[in-house]
Design a protein around this ligand. Structure first.
Ligand code: PXP
Length: 250
């Protein structure tokens, strides 16, 4: 746990390093290298989502993360037999169950736990038996939280996407309503004995109000960090490329 954050952990999602790699079908940038850098920079954990269509993280990436990380891996996956088998093979520290639709650009909504309660209870039981901490990614909705508690999840991760999107679109009435729901439901989930995490779409501008919730133990953040790293890193990589070019001519 980072000494700077007290009991609030930062999980860094490295999916979008793989998105950039896969856009060219090249061997780089390597998401495991980014994960190791994140670990060195103070990430308390690494999150990676192995999608059914493997659009970013690959099976080999998961193998490499399991092999090389010393911080906990939070393995995000849909509730399918294939993913359950992969999780049971690796036994990651945590498994986060997310909804997955092929046509979506990102994980757009939370899981409808209440609708598939029995199925999900059976699905997560072997993961819990294998020692994984099971987290369910849901909207800030009372019925979903109660269902997550009933099926025996240890953790709920609250989807912060609607709050973040409304903020960045300048729709402050919606943002404030979404924020109020997140605040109320994080306290409610905690009162039911669930550990509360949050994430999706968080940026420098939106993180602080969520990080201030006393019940939230972990934030999982990816897309903004990877995007912002372009602006923090471009200066030094251009300098290194220039140096190599000049060295060749010397
Ligand atoms: N938490 C969960 C469950 C997610 O699915 C994602 C996105 O993969 C994140 C957190 C991170 O969201 P973002 O990449 O928008 O920061």
């Amino acid at each position: 746990m980072s000494k700077f954050l007290g009991n609030l952990r930062l999980g860094v999602n490295i999916d979008h390093v793989a998105t950039v790699r896969n856009a060219r079908g090249s061997a780089y940038p390597d998401p495991t290298r980014a994960a190791l850098l994140a670990q060195q920079a103070g990430a308390d954990g690494i999150t990676a989502h192995l999608r059914e269509d493997r659009r970013h993280i690959s099976d080999a990436d998961i193998d490499a993360l399991v092999e090389n990380l010393s911080v906990p891996l939070n393995f995000e996956m849909a509730a399918t037999d294939e993913m359950q088998a992969i999780a049971l093979r690796h036994k990651p520290h945590a498994v986060c169950i997310v909804p997955e639709k092929r046509e979506e650009l990102t994980t757009e909504g939370g899981l409808e736990v209440a609708r598939v309660e029995n199925k999900l209870a059976h699905f997560i039981a072997p993961l819990r038996d294998a020692g994984c901490r099971v987290s369910i990614f849901i909207a800030a909705d009372m019925a979903q939280i109660e269902a997550a508690a009933r099926i025996g999840a240890t953790i709920i991760e609250l989807h912060t996407g609607a709050y973040c999107d409304a903020h960045h679109e300048g729709n402050f009435a919606v943002r404030d309503a979404e924020f109020a729901k997140l605040q109320e439901m994080s306290a409610y989930a905690h009162s039911l004995g669930l550990e509360v995490h949050a994430g999706h779409g968080l940026t420098y501008e939106t993180v602080k109000p969520i990080a201030a919730f006393p019940e939230v133990m972990e934030l999982n953040i990816g897309h903004f960090l990877i995007g912002e790293a372009i602006f923090s890193g471009l200066n030094s990589v251009i300098g290194e490329m220039r140096r190599l070019m000049e060295e060749a001519r010397a």
